[in-house]
Every structure is written in structure tokens, then in C-alpha cells.
Design a protein around this ligand. Sequence first.
Ligand code: ACO
Length: 363
Amino acid sequence: MMKSGLDDVIAAQTILSDVDGLAGRLVIVGHSLDDLVRTSRFEDVLALLIAAFFPDLDTKTLPRQLGEARADVFALLPAVDPVLAALEPIQALRALLARVGDGDDLRTALRLVAAPGVFTPALIRQRQGLQPIAPDAGLSHAADILRMCHGTSPSEGAVAGLDTYLVTVSDHGLNASTFAARVVASTGAGLGSAAIAALSALKGPLHGGAPGPVLDMVDAIGTPDNAVPWIEAALARGERLMGFGHRIYRVRDPRADALKGAVRELASRGVFSPARIALAEGIEAAALDILRRRKPDRALETNVEFYTALLLDALGFPRETFTCVFAMGRSAGWIAHAREQVASGRLIRPQSQYVGKMPQQAA
Ligand code: ACO
């Protein structure tokens, strides 16, 4: 029996992450997301995700190795041509990712994880008519990304905010982009091909392309008073509210709370305006109330993208690059899943059910 959208189909066994949609719980390699955002940097979670698949990995020196991978990737940049620079950032990132290569080794893996964090700041600066800034291998991934974007030393609060984001989105079960990575990896095509396929899946508005439109919505609503009429009108036009609903979660997405916490933390450090938080919370409350009334049979809750949009905006990323920033964190999960799939040794090759015409029977 065919399952539209492969709902409830188990298509892989993994040691990497577990999404419990009824409990609203995300576990990454044996650790709850709540614990990870309190205790870990992105590099720690990257080590957790990839350690089992790279016996040559020295987890103690991983931050330095990732920094060196950033420098290797930066060396691929000088050949950015005007055609590439004119593309949408996510398309330019996809084209640049192809320069990293297709090996299955640790060096390629770390370069692929580093690449979105190096190419995206360069693309942002290029759009502003500025020269790219070279990485500093001695900094943390989050600190270096912010420095390469803005050209100044980031505040501790901003680094902590980006680190929380990268940890929060590092892996999430068999989401569409991760599944794409596993399908491509299963053919033996290599890690670079798997990452490019994953990035292409992430681009869509039903997956990683939602936070830019979330920010458009927040700006269009403008004041908390305008939330109800604006949302009612959008739903009456048959539109979906970006940042709400999820295929797996039937309760609140735990990542939304992790990121809401990060936004509040930024506000306490003066990086985020309290008025903006009040607007966001007003929109969220109005949306949840209206969605509950309009769709009483379908639990539609806040997903990760709603507070992503507010956090990344506060950190100074232009909205058209939010999906690229998502890839900075999720690339860790893609690489781990791709290697796990290769280790299973099994080509992913489901079947389709033919519902078209059959050839005429010969007389
Ligand atoms: N706003 C309004 N209505 C919605 C929304 C929404 N955000 N999400 C689902 N619905 C409605 C659908 O229109 C559908 O109504 P119908 O039965 O009258 O046709 C019903 O709820 C069920 O929707 P499905 O399509 O079955 O839900 P699905 O599991 O396929 O959708 C998805 C999940 C794609 C995330 C959806 O909720 C959505 O489009 N959300 C907005 C985009 C978004 O925020 N994407 C980011 C997701 S998180 C991530 O991938 C990182």
C-alpha cells in the first residue's frame, strides 16, 4: 500500500537522532536537545555525530581541524565569478559546494561541514560590495562565521546565540534533506554529492526555506494589534503560515523553545529589542489560536523556523541567506547520515506503483 509522502514509513536505522513527535522530544546521539544547548558548542555536537564513522577522528583537536577546514575551503573562493555572484545565495552556495570534492574521507567531511560557514559570509559580503574575510582557525566555528560576515569581533552573546542555533539544527531524524543525502550516499556517489543533494532539498519553503518568509510575515504584520486580521486574511487566501506545522510533531517543536530561549538571552544582553520579542510572541499566540480554531483536528504548533527567523535577523544575517545558515548546522547531520548509510552497504531503491495505461493487448 502506497503511503503519500512516505508518512510513517521507516526507511533507515540510525544511531544519530530520534524525533518523538508525540512527546515533543529530540535526542541527538543519546543526549536531549535541552541538555545539548545548555552544555555544548557546535564542535562538540559535530564530534558526537561523526565520531562513529571516522575512526581517525581526534575529537580533542576537532575544533582546530574544523578551523583548518575553513581555511582550505576559503582557498576555493577566489574564482567566484559574476554569474555565480548574481544567483540567489542558496543557489550560489550549492554551486560553490561542488568545488569541495567528493571523497569519503575525514578531510572531505570536515570541509563539507565547514563550507556553508565560509561561503555564506563571503557571499553576504560580495552582495555588499566588500571583500571576503579569511577564516581564523583558532576561533570557534560560530565566532569565526560572525567575524567573517561582519568584519568585527562578535560579542559573546552573539556567538552563544549562533552556537545555540547550530546545535539546535544539527540533526533531526530522516527529514527531507537528510533523506536526500542518504539516497545519494547509498549509490556510492560520495559525500560532496550527498551534501549537494541535501542542500537542494533544504532550499524548498516546506523545509529549510521557511524562515525568510517568516520574517517577511513579521515585518508585514508590524504591530501585535495587526496579527489577527493579517493572519486571518492570509489563511482566507489559502496561504500557509510559515513557521507553523510539522510532519512529525503533534506538540510543540522542542527546537522552537531552544531558539526562543536564545532570542530571550540576546534580549537580556541588549542584542535583541524587547519590542521585537513582544511582536513575535503576539504573532505566535494569535497564529496558534487561529490555527486551533480553523483546524481543530490537526495539531499545528510553532516549528523551528519561527524563532530561527528572529534569531538570525538579530545576528545580522540577511533574510535571503537564512537557508544557507541552516545548512551551516545541518551539514553535520548530513555528513554523519551519509556515512552511516554507506556503512549499511545497501542501495536505497524503493518501488513505485504504476497507475498509468498498459499497452494494448495484441489481437
Ligand atoms: N498554515 C496553515 N495551514 C497549515 C499549515 C500552516 N503552516 N501547515 C499545515 N496546514 C494545514 C494544511 O493546509 C492541511 O489542511 P487541509 O487538510 O485542509 O488540506 C492540514 O493542515 C494538514 O497539512 P499537511 O500538508 O498534511 O501537513 P504536512 O505534514 O504535510 O506539513 C509542513 C508539514 C510542510 C511543515 C506544513 O505544516 C507547512 O507547510 N508549514 C509551513 C512551512 C514551514 O513552516 N516549513 C518549515 C517546517 S520545519 C523544517 O522543515 C525545518
